[in-house]
Design a protein around this ligand. Structure first.
Ligand code: PHE
Length: 341
């Protein structure tokens, strides 16, 4: 029988030459050298027959051999594990982490709808700044300093500059359009506006409007009415009744407010229409000659109409939302309830 030393020499050569290419090779190696019936165990068993005076030396030999066999196994096992982890990190077959899909804000749904209705009849979208100067928000709109109509709107002033305000209406965009665009113009102007109101279910310090402006030769009040009839039919349905009431705005003459028959109760009376059967949805009128003159447009040659509606108001009518605060609280349980129109 070969001595312990000789046997170990042979096995050591085998171990040093061993390079596993698959998990199974490594497992076979483990069973062969380190398993319960493996070579390390078998050699240890032979220790019994080693004469006592050589035992110490034999034990050291065996120990070194055991460490070699185990070390080899552990290092390959680690390599295989690292390889497996790496493969896992780039496993392109794994499904991605799902991102929840949001919904459109109800005000945006309504704004988009308003804009698309007017785009169909040739209106272009125009926008302007939310921090506005006195000229575009008031003076050019036929509201000079100290004009009593300025009190109709509770204005936020910007402390850095006494000439600046947070625009109180989108009519400021009308002014900017007349100032810069060649005639004729036909624009729809959605945007956020600000008023110094105490926040409640029915009032907010900011809200949204959509302004319309059409200036050309021979534009009449009949054009204004037809345009708005078309809007009401598209937005609320052909059965909706419309009425105009005389009103006052400094930048239009004549001016009117437009009501529609209540879409909730059909006119019989409910909370939305305050039991009147009618819901006010916008202000409108023929562009005031003074305003045209402010932009060097001759009112004898050109006429125009303008209208402005509250997006929250239309949304309230369409979706029966009864508290303005819901629009800015960002509660997804509220926001998820609305489908695009
Ligand atoms: N700017 C007016 C408002 O905020 C609405 C309006 C716009 C009225 C255009 C007439 C013409 O109340």
């Amino acid at each position: 029988m070969a001595s312990l030393q000789e046997q170990i020499n042979i096995y050591e050569q085998e171990i040093n030459a061993f390079i596993p290419t698959a998990d199974a090779d490594l497992e076979n190696y483990r069973i062969k050298f380190l398993g319960t019936k493996g070579i390390v165990k078998a050699l240890s068993a032979e220790m019994k027959s080693v004469p006592p005076e050589s035992r110490k030396e034999a034990g050291q030999l065996l120990n070194a051999f055991k460490q070699l066999a185990e070390g080899k196994y552990e290092s390959f096992k680690e390599q295989f594990q690292a390889g497996a982890n790496k493969a896992q990190a780039i496993d392109i077959s794994l499904p991605g982490t799902p991102l929840p899909i949001g919904t459109r804000h109800p005000l945006r749904i309504i704004e988009n709808k308003i804009v698309s209705i007017f785009e169909k009849i040739g209106f272009n979208v125009a926008t302007g700044p939310e921090i506005e100067d006195d000229w575009h928000n008031f003076t050019s709109l036929n509201m000079p300093q100290h004009h009593p109509a300025r009190d109709m709107q509770d204005t936020f002033y910007v402390s850095q500059n006494p000439d600046w305000v947070l625009r109180t209406h989108t009519s400021s965009v009308q002014a900017r359009i007349l100032e810069t665009q060649p005639l004729p113009v036909r624009v729809i102007c959605p945007g956020r506006v600000y008023r110094n109101e105490t926040i409640s279910a029915r009032a907010h310090c900011f809200f949204h409007q959509c302004e319309g402006l059409y200036v050309d030769k021979n534009v009449s009040f009949a054009d204004l009415k037809q345009t708005l009839y078309y809007f009401v039919t598209e937005m609320f349905g052909a059965d909706t009744k419309v009425r105009f009431r005389p009103s006052y705005f400094p930048f239009t003459e004549p001016s009117a407010e437009m009501d529609i028959s209540c879409t909730v109760c059909g006119g019989s009376g409910c909370n939305l229409c305050k039991y009147t059967g009618w819901v006010e949805i916008l202000g409108c009128g023929m562009v005031h000659p003074n305003m045209l003159r402010n932009f060097n447009i001759d009112p004898e040659v050109y006429t125009g109409f303008a209208f402005g509606m509250g997006v929250e108001r239309i949304t309230q009518v369409k979706f029966q939302v009864n508290d303005l605060r819901l629009y800015s609280q960002n509660d997804v349980r509220f926001l998820r309830q609305f489908q695009a129109l």
